[in-house]
Design a binder for this molecule. Structure first.
Ligand code: SF4
Length: 380
């Protein structure tokens, strides 16, 4: 058994362990276990510095989860967009392939609790219909292996899936959505890296939420992936009591970049069962981006997005940089709140008149715009 598998076996997961280790009342621990089981491996457990700290909050079950069980189970409507088992096809040229229900840590804020934990929740035997769907849909050029965590599979199992995907000519990009570099970095072994690099282009989207998660072990894991030619990006979730502070996010983003991980998204926390205590007002995310953009390298500034409830996909949110705009000019502010005026291009400008008209150069046939009616907001 490999080291990462041994560590997994030693995870805190039973009701007895929750009672002994974290002082949760037995009755509550039983209900929490029933709702969404715990799995805290010894590596991630060792990152906890004190009860209730940002690592604890992400991993240790909390009674408050049982208070908002009315929230949706599938807030992003992934199941509605699942034409065959194990596939979610939301965007035109990309598809999600669910490969396992297992994760190296069960995050308390997880948006996919309905798919994660119990091994019956994702049936790996049903993968063939998913492969056939991918074969038939030639518009799909990018497949994201997710779950669960695809790196919970053995190297041999993962390789079988990669081989099968590489037999489909229109699939160019394969992405692995994995939290392992953060929660169980021992999973990133030389053998895994050597196997993965045979199937390039492979990208990894990982998931760090707090600077304390950047350790010598996670640094080594991310660097090994980068050395194997795998670009690694990070999807962070904005979580109350974990990283809802511009200084914490700044430190995290800079540290990620230093271990060769590109910050990619900060997600507003989804409206999901048992996780509303993690949600923050939108203003918090906007303020974080405002404190990052211009203050640290642009490479370290991710997009702040809402994954729209109901399956609308990711929608970016930006602080207000445009103060006013007319046909002639735009009034902007920069990261220091200094105001600038930028003249827009005028069609009758003498230089532009010399060539083709601006209309001919820049106007392409556009599809007729659908008018989207604005909802009437209730002021009460
Ligand atoms: S690793 Fe991802 S899928 Fe697994 S519990 Fe955490 S957030 Fe959910």
């Amino acid at each position: 058994m490999e080291l990462w598998q041994q560590l997994l076996k030693q995870s805190v997961s039973s009701v007895d362990q929750l009672v002994d280790k974290f002082g949760i009342k037995r009755e509550v621990a039983e209900q929490l276990d029933d709702f969404f089981q715990a799995r805290i491996n010894p590596y991630y457990l060792s990152l906890i510095r004190y009860p209730g700290d940002p690592i604890w909050r992400q991993a240790v079950p909390d009674q408050v989860e049982l208070e908002d069980l009315d929230a949706p189970e599938d807030p992003l409507h992934e199941d509605d967009m699942s034409p065959v088992p194990n596939i979610t096809h939301r965007y035109p040229d990309r598809a999600l392939l669910l490969t396992t229900s297992q994760c190296g840590l069960y995050c308390r804020f997880c948006t996919r609790k309905r798919k994660v934990g119990d091994s019956n929740k994702i049936n790996i035997r049903e993968l063939e219909s998913a492969f056939q769907y991918l074969e038939q849909h030639t518009e799909i050029s990018d497949v994201i292996l997710s779950g669960g965590d695809p790196l919970m599979m053995t190297d041999a199992m993962l390789e079988k899936i990669l081989i099968r995907l590489r037999q489909i000519p229109h699939i160019q990009i394969i992405r692995l959505g994995t939290k392992m570099p953060c929660v169980l970095p021992q999973r990133i072994t030389p053998e895994l890296c050597n196997m993965i690099k045979k199937y390039h282009p492979i990208y990894v989207n990982t998931h760090f939420n707090h600077p304390w998660e950047i350790t010598p072990e996670s640094k080594k894991a991310c660097e090994m992936l980068a050395d194997a030619g795998v670009p690694v990006g990070c999807q962070t979730v904005l979580l109350k009591g974990v990283n809802d502070d511009p200084e914490v996010m700044k430190e995290l983003m800079k540290k990620l970049l230093a271990i060769r991980v590109k910050p990619y998204y900060i997600y507003q926390a989804d409206l999901t069962k048992g996780a509303n205590h993690f949600r923050t007002p939108l203003e918090v995310g906007l303020e974080i981006i405002d404190k990052l953009r211009g203050h640290i390298s642009g490479l370290a500034v991710p997009h702040f997005v809402i994954d729209a409830p109901g399956g609308g996909g990711k929608i970016p949110l930006l602080p207000e940089y445009v103060l006013a705009r007319s046909k002639e000019k735009i009034i902007l502010r920069n990261f220091k709140n200094e105001v600038f005026e930028y003249p827009d291009v005028q069609e009758d400008h003498p230089l532009l008149k010399k060539g083709r008209s601006i209309e001919k150069r820049y106007t392409r046939k556009k599809p007729a715009k659908k008018k989207i009616p604005l909802p009437v907001l209730d002021e009460a």
